[in-house]
Design a protein around this ligand. Structure first.
Ligand code: AMP
Length: 193
């Protein structure tokens, strides 16, 4: 199974990504977490991307692609993936589709986590208080939601046109959301692995 989780900051991609990957027996790739690790370890990539993360802007496509596509290839070869936070722009999705012409890495299904804006803000501000992430300040949160609306949400249309999009009400308890995704996948005839 090769699945993409699509959703704004605060929609639960991280939580659902981990759970789905373990239930489906595939690799979870969370580009935001991996990029934060690079920043924390002070790698060259980390130093280059730190400013984008802090301000809530997207890291430039080519940088992300050079680094993420090899991981995607590896995960696909090992049985599949759940992508959380990638692709995040239509250009990134096109790059995945281009590579899929040569390598068996094509996305099977895209799960869009639907949550009302007021609830997103509530969750993100609560997380800011708990985790103190550098991009969870009020101003940066607004910016990240804006970046999502402008650069990432067009992916819904991109994948709807490929008949890969599945909408899920994610304004619910995390367990309910996981079960509803798994049953929607089963209804589509999508099998683990
Ligand atoms: P996240 O943890 O998914 O909310 O991501 C945190 C930050 O990492 C984002 O605000 C971006 O700066 C950066 N980021 C993560 N994934 C990507 C991606 N696929 N393309 C560009 N930037 C990304």
């Amino acid at each position: 199974m090769r699945l993409v989780l699509l959703g704004p900051p605060g929609s639960g991609k991280g939580t659902q990504g981990q759970r789905l990957a373990s239930r489906l027996g595939v690799v979870h790739i969370a580009t935001g977490d991996l990029l934060r690790e690079q920043v924390e370890s002070g790698t060259e990539l980390g130093r280059t991307v730190a400013g984008f993360l802090d301000s809530g802007q997207l890291v430039p496509d080519q940088l992300v692609l050079d680094w993420a596509l090899p991981q995607l290839r590896k995960a696909a070869a090992a049985g599949g993936y759940v992508l959380d936070g990638f692709p995040r722009s239509v250009a990134q999705a096109i790059a995945v589709d281009d590579l899929a012409q040569r390598d068996p890495i094509a996305v099977d299904v895209v799960v869009s986590l639907e949550v009302a804006r007021a609830e997103l803000l509530r969750r993100l501000l609560a997380r800011a208080a708990e985790e103190g992430r550098s991009d969870d300040t009020h101003e940066v949160i607004e910016n990240r939601l804006q970046v999502f609306a402008e650069e990432t949400s067009p992916l819904a249309r991109y994948y709807r046109e490929q008949a890969k999009l599945l909408l899920v009400d994610a304004d619910r308890d995390a367990d309910e959301v996981t079960e509803s995704i798994l049953s929607a996948l089963a209804e589509r005839g999508q099998r683990p692995g």
